[in-house]
Design a protein around this ligand. Structure first.
Ligand code: FES
Length: 576
């Protein structure tokens, strides 16, 4: 090991260096794993933060990815140590994984800080596993590199490609409309998810993996290599090598996660048709590193950004196609001057340098800048008396004719009310109605679930209606689509104006004017405000209670108020 590394007194030498009683304890117990003495000679100790779990199918292959990271770490002269953190499986966890994003971030932060680590590799895949690990690691601010687990291979069903989530939504609507048999629906189950990896649409997992790359906190091509492609394992190996160098260079997370990096992420998110969930995750991550970022930055930075990538749910193709077409490096090169090409990345080079030689191999999947799929694809931030602190809509996934709309509201007070009422033949709804869901924000549900893309009433589907304006304080899956206004802030449960909407009120949506308006007189709204009371909650203890008491609103990233910021990696006291 070169002297410069040892002379820098790596953080880990405070545990593993020396000959006193504490150093004996730190090394001796570790040696029960068959670790030889020379691994404790002052070389960089690299934590591999693993979200492997059989309850998180998207991350179930991560032990193997960790093995390849270890190869790279050893090869570069480091000492890898894998450790688990709570894993968040999107498809199984109740009431929603988002309730636990901040909890996992605490697990990650404290696991890193409490242990003898000099650098960290974050293994991330299923939706919330990416932001939670980035947030926790950012609050420690060690050299850190993100490795995503990769998307599944394309779903294949009866000669057609089908995509995670997106086709679940559309096929289930077809079943409800009587256009698809239940037997065919069940048959599609085995055809949609047929390999290791996360959702292969441009849902939240693929969006966040792309953002890892756009932020510069992952290696180029991180986002799109399929999980089962051998090059995914090469990437993991190279990340293991690189993190050892990053420790030697003291390339800590905050040197990469700058304001420019966040602006790049917002712009790339627009160009790929990425998930609205990126908004809350980037706001929360920026809060951890101390980069000023506000909801309006998404509109300002995303304004005029072209949609270049033709992937579901905004377009036609899937992540496997995206990788073969050139992936994020090709998008970054295509965007050129629209990005801050000088932003530093974990490679030690800039974003622009990393993508300088990137090629596009399929112009149907990644369009040239001069011929975008859509000219203005950035997430739009709406305001008005219904969303004083903002709301968002994803124009690339919406119906153009509904982007300016006035209609009477059909109100669902909470998700149970929605489920009980939506298919009632007597529901006073037509295609001009605006569906309104309350009680699905951070505090109200609790946990800010992905229920904003409410299924349409059966009687609408039977009439061939495929989209209606839907508004709520919820999020929606990144795989979902429709003219869906989300993240209304303040949420209904915090006493936001959304709580005051009643059946039959007129609501006006004007995306171009960035307006969301409840057409009810101020006098009447004041009367309803005086009569409003928060709903009783059954959560009187434990983490859910802590979350409800401390969660910030959507426009602030829904982090816990006491987690904003960072504390670094120092720990003053020994354990014995
Ligand atoms: Fe895990 Fe979609 S369910 S990424």
């Amino acid at each position: 090991m070169p002297d410069d590394v040892n002379s820098k007194r790596l953080r880990s030498t405070r545990w593993f260096g020396g000959t006193d009683r504490d150093a004996f304890m730190h090394r001796s117990w570790m040696k029960n794993q068959g670790l030889p003495q020379h691994l404790f000679d002052g070389r960089p100790v690299i934590g591999i933060c693993n979200t492997w779990s059989e309850l998180t199918p998207c991350n179930a292959h991560f032990r193997r990815i960790a093995d390849f990271v270890k190869r790279g770490v050893f090869e570069a002269g480091g000492f890898p140590l894998e450790f688990p953190v709570m894993s968040l499986g999107e498809t199984l966890m109740r009431p929603t994984t988002m309730l636990f994003r901040n909890l996992v971030s605490m697990d990650v932060e404290e696991s890193i800080r409490a242990n003898p680590l000099d650098g960290v590799v974050l293994l991330m895949g299923c939706d919330k596993t990416t932001p939670s690990l980035l947030m926790g690691a950012a609050s420690c601010d060690l050299p850190t590199i993100g490795v995503s687990g990769g998307p599944m291979l394309n779903g294949k069903f009866r000669g057609h490609d089908i995509g995670s989530g997106t086709h679940v939504w559309s096929m289930s609507e077809d079943v409800r409309a009587g256009k698809m048999s239940l037997a065919d629906f069940i048959d599609a189950e085995s055809c949609m998810h047929r390999s290791a990896g996360h959702c292969m649409t441009m849902g939240t997992a693929s969006t966040m993996a792309s953002i890892v790359e756009a932020l510069g906190i992952g290696l180029p091509t991180n986002a799109a290599i399929p999980a089962v492609d051998s090059r995914r394992y090469v990437l993991a190996h190279m990340a293991g090598r690189r993190i050892v160098e990053m420790v030697r260079e003291d390339l800590v997370m905050s040197k990469v996660l700058t304001r420019e990096a966040f602006e790049n992420a917002i712009r790339v998110n627009a160009a790929i048709g990425g998930s609205t969930n990126a908004v809350v995750h980037l706001l929360a991550l920026a809060g951890r590193v101390g980069v000023p970022l506000a909801l309006d930055d998404f509109d300002r930075c995303g304004h005029g950004m072209p949609l270049l990538v033709d992937l579901l749910p905004s377009g036609r193709f899937l992540m496997e196609d995206f990788y073969y077409a050139g992936g994020i490096p090709a998008v970054i090169r295509e965007l050129g001057e629209l990005l801050h090409g000088g932003a530093l990345t974990v490679t030690g080079r800039t974003l622009g340098e990393n993508a300088a030689e990137a090629q596009c191999w399929n112009r149907e999947v990644i369009r040239p800048l001069a011929q975008p799929l859509q000219a203005n694809a950035g997430i739009a931030v709406l305001r008005g008396n219904l969303a004083p602190d903002g709301a968002v809509i994803k124009p690339s996934a919406a119906t153009p004719s509904l982007m300016r709309h006035r209609g009477r509201s059909v109100v669902f007070e909470n998700i149970e009310h929605f489920k009980a009422r939506v298919d009632d033949p007597a529901l006073p709804v037509d295609e001009t109605s605006v569906m309104v869901l309350k009680g699905a924000g951070p505090r109200g549900y609790p946990g800010f679930p992905e229920v904003g893309n409410m299924p349409l009433p059966r009687k609408m589907l039977k009439r061939g209606i495929t989209d209606m304006v839907r508004i709520s304080d919820a999020r929606m899956s990144g795989t979902a689509y429709g003219t869906v206004v989300l993240h209304i802030s303040p949420e209904a449960e915090a006493g936001g104006p959304l709580a005051l909407v009643k059946d039959g009120d007129f609501i006006e949506l004007d995306v171009e004017a960035r307006r969301l308006h409840l057409d009810v007189s101020e006098v009447e709204l004041a009367r309803r405000t005086a009569a409003w009371k928060p709903s009783p909650t059954p959560y009187d203890r434990g983490y859910a209670r802590l979350y409800i008491d401390h969660v910030l609103q959507a426009h602030q990233g829904a982090d816990l108020d006491f987690l904003v910021g960072k504390s670094g990696a120092s720990v003053a006291r020994e354990s014995h």
